[in-house]
Design a protein around this ligand. Sequence first.
Ligand code: 13P
Ligand code: SF4
Length: 320
Amino acid sequence: VVEEGALKARIKALLKQKDAVLVAHYYTDDLVQELAEETGGCIADSLEMARFGTRHSASTLVVAGVRFMGETAKILNPEKRVLMPTLEATCSLDLGCPADEFTRFCDQHPDRKVVVYANTSAAVKARADWVVTSSCAIDIVEHLASEGEKLIWAPDRYLGRYVEKATGADMLLWDGACIVHEEFKAKGILDLKQVYPDAAVLVHPESPESVVELADAVGSTTQLIKAAQAMNNPVFIVATDRGIFYKMKQLAGDGKEFIEAPTAGNGATCRSCAHCPWMAMNSLELIADVLEHGGSEIHVDPLVREKALQPLDRMLAFTA
Ligand code: 13P
Ligand code: SF4
């Protein structure tokens, strides 16, 4: 604890010294979220993280999350230095959608508008007409469908299926998945509901369709936290990364109980499954290290950046 305190104090001093601000995702460790909060940074979902970086005056953004979040920050703020605790923190959706393969796929369907999830590389965004996050995907796809557009959707097939069902849009889905959310099991949730009949089920839409079908609320991390605040159930079964419990308990805690949705059919919870291994890489040690010595800085090729900026700007303008 003493070491933790000293480390936090060191990071606080470094943030000031380097004119830097910490932008953290809800899935990072509690200590990282706490630090973001204590230093005037933000804890947010991917859409709000992107927006926060554009509005804050600091010349350096330290993005505690996964690589696509750092790249998005750099695309939107080329004049700022964007650091990450480690450049190794990636995402299975990003990994599952290589830019060259994706470009070939899009080229085969020139009649379709290309919509990509924020969880993609800068190069994939550069091939897209629109970027969306889970908090605005339905609204944007609904808008495109109302204009008669047929769509390519990548990379998350579960989120794609959810959006397709909700909007009725004509969508060609890429076959990607999140290794964390894909593990949630409907059978386990049903078993838990037997034990806690008053429980509400909160589900991130990267989860399988059978899990989404059991949800009382579906949405982005921010939307799930808001749902927990708005609903009066005594118990919540939560199908998303357990990092979210930090903010959920803080804002909606008041006598409510939060349980991880099971990742095994027998109702047992696999502790390590509902936590993103790449989000977990964002340690206090690495944050201190990158602030002190630099190193893990995000760079995006200027030509790629220019192209990727357009669909990102469209998303920000649409959701403003
Ligand atoms: P949110 O946009 O809901 O924060 O989701 C990001 C993410 O990576 C979920 O797995
Ligand atoms: Fe990617 Fe899933 Fe991790 Fe989110 S939780 S960053 S979608 S692997």
